[in-house]
Design a protein around this ligand. Sequence first.
Ligand SMILES: [Zn+2]
Length: 298
Amino acid sequence: MASGAKARIRVNFVKQTPLQSKKILMVFAHADDETLLAGALIAQLISEGNVVAVLCLAPGDDDRRIRMRKACEVLGVKNVETLRYTESAMWPIENLNIMGRSPSDQVEEKLSPELTTVPIDDVAGRIAGRISELNPAVIITHASYGDYGHADHAAVHRATVQAMEQFSSDMPRLYSLVWPKWMMWLNVWMMKIGGRDIRRMGPDGRFNFGMLLQRQQTRNLTIKVSSYLGVRREASRWYEEELARGPLPMRLLERLPLRIQSIFLGKSRLVLEKCLTRSTLKKNAEQHETSLTKKAPN
Ligand SMILES: [Zn+2]
């Protein structure tokens, strides 16, 4: 039964990435995103023989960068690249400490600008460079709405989409990881209870999470990853500090027995953002939808 399920997942993925190469590039904003948002998916893709590389744009300090490499090792990722952008504040209030920065802080700021304040062309250029080097068949990144509404995640999504504009041939395919609608609304509901204004997020309050939630989103690929939640948990031990600082629902979710956690994290949902040229995107998306609704042969 389990091997049948695995075979089905593989067939689905290969069917929708009809390229010989199975190199997959994952583009994320922060150290811990690869594990907490996609750890089980990465471990599964690697176990199926794909080669996964991780590009992290704003990994944080040296300690966090080292821990990310350790977590990636647990997931089976050998190729980890980090850039030097700095994590932006998720909420406007967290950005208040910019007042009165010391000169050394200001130098550091110039060397490592906040991700959301960098022109998108610059970030897209860096991502495009990595794509050219690696030549992946598939790229996977954050959702357009920044997953749980993080402006950095949304910025990385936009920059990755823009980076793809430079590749007009049939390579590569870009997918974004999305959450089921009910989890997004649950998240919004909790943020509202916590007194957050979801229409004014990000460092300067320009990121409207509410508006992005209204967008229609078609899921093109669902991959069952519940068998790899144990690997994800093992990797996430490198992020105990981050998890301890996280919001209560996240802390609870991380502590759930794996069987219950799989209700929330047992499936990875991917949206096809770009495939071949923009004109063929819609056609392909429709084809994928049809293939997904078909029952896989046993
Ligand atoms: Zn993040």
